[in-house]
Write a protein that binds this ligand. Structure first.
Ligand code: NAD
Ligand code: ZN
Length: 356
């Protein structure tokens, strides 16, 4: 059954239902004047027609499709989608449905947050990673100068997860999604973490995945409910992300997936936690898990520690020359730690000599 998330302006449900795309109509309890489904080419090719079919008997439906990939989180596609909203005469009682992964959720959510000063939107996540992006209310597009520079906080009215759609995800997208799942486990629950580390992602059953997604969403929701605007504990969700963002930026977005970079970043955060806080963490089990699931540790070879530290200093999490790092006192107990770039460089050098 559904999870309930309490946001500042309204509560919303996260529904998990295999095959729900074929009967989406049953979940629509309001008389929307029209429904505008936004998707990318890849996802639309697989799932759009069944959703349109399930809605068009009772609703006026419009669809818009943008190219797949991070490049579509752009001013250009944003403008295109606003034009489509105007053309299809959407009014304040219309609904936007974001059908796709985090890219579509962020883009369509930003359209929904600004068109007519905000229309309702639903997230229909089709990736594992989107268990993370579909809750929490951050929506954005990218600017050439950086990711997610233009955006807002805007919560969906509902999140509808059809876990059947996850069956068509390629391996690197499974790995990417599980990078964020493992992060949520590290932030919350030792037993769950060990259960994850004992399994291979490509052999998980649908039920197992669905259970992991629920747990991950609950962890994120518990944090975001207390700190929606990221003044405090929401920063804990950045575990593994300082290094990940630097890696992604230096390698070029798309070279590694976001969650794969996060998984690599978590290993360094664990090592730092051991060195600085003397935390007792299952580093060997984690390294093992990364290996058996083919996480691309070797990408580290392509970027030097110097370059990474420089990039981390530029990251928005650096204040007064100190880099804010999320460390783990133990599994389930993250803390925010300030570290100088010099110190970070020293630890990263050591990490490279041991791991890379
Ligand atoms: P994505 O949406 O680009 O999807 C990855 C690829 O998988 C795409 O090519 C897509 O077409 C394809 N795909 C999606 N669903 C599929 C399916 N069921 N079967 C086959 N292929 C499918 O990427 P993502 O990893 O889901 O999300 C990454 C984005 O999410 C980034 O833009 C990131 O900034 C954003 N994000 C946002 C938040 C947030 O809180 N708003 C959090 C994390 C990430
Ligand atoms: Zn992330």
């Amino acid at each position: 059954d559904a999870l309930l998330i309490q946001a500042s302006n309204h509560d919303y449900e996260v529904v998990f239902e295999a095959g729900v795309r074929h009967r989406l109509s049953e979940h629509i309890k309001k008389a929307y004047t029209s429904i505008h489904i936004i998707s990318d080419e890849q996802v639309a090719g697989l799932y759009l027609s069944s959703i349109v079919k399930s809605l068009e008997a009772d609703h006026q439906v419009h669809t818009s499709i943008v190219p797949a990939g991070e490049a579509s989180k752009s001013m250009e596609q944003y403008q295109y989608l606003l034009d489509r909203c105007v053309e299809s005469k959407m009014d304040r009682n219309s609904l936007i449905i974001a059908l796709g992964g985090g890219m579509i959720g962020d883009l369509a959510g930003f359209v929904a947050s600004t068109y007519l000063r905000g229309v309702e939107f639903w997230q229909m996540p089709t990736t594992i990673l989107a268990h993370d992006s579909s809750v929490g209310g951050k929506v954005a597009i990218n600017h050439p100068a950086g990711k997610n520079l233009i955006g807002s906080f805007y919560n969906p009215a509902k999140v509808v997860y059809d876990i059947e759609t996850l069956a068509t995800l390629p391996d690197h997208e499974l790995r990417s999604g599980y990078g964020e799942v493992v992060k949520h486990a590290m932030l919350s629950d030792k037993e769950w973490l060990f259960d994850l580390l004992n399994s291979r992602i490509d052999t998980l059953t649908k039920d197992h995945i669905s259970n992991d997604l629920r747990k991950g969403i609950r962890v994120k929701a518990d944090i975001v409910e207390q700190d929606e605007r990221e003044h405090g504990i929401r920063k804990h969700l950045n575990l593994g992300h300082t290094l990940a963002h630097a890696l992604e930026a230096e390698l070029g977005y798309g070279t590694v997936t976001h969650g794969e970079a996060v998984a690599v970043g978590i290993l360094f955060a664990m090592q730092l936690s051991k060195d600085i806080l003397h935390s007792d963490l299952p580093v060997d089990d984690y390294v093992n898990w990364l290996g058996k699931n083919h996480y691309p540790m070797k990408v580290l070879k392509e970027v030097s520690p110097e370059v990474l530290v420089k990039r981390m200093k530029w990251d928005k999490k650096a204040v007064d020359g100190k880099i804010h790092y999320i460390l783990l006192e133990q599994i389930g107990t993250p803390i925010l730690h300030q570290i100088s770039d010099k110190e970070l460089h020293r630890h990263l050098n050591r990490f490279y000599s041991e791991v890379v």
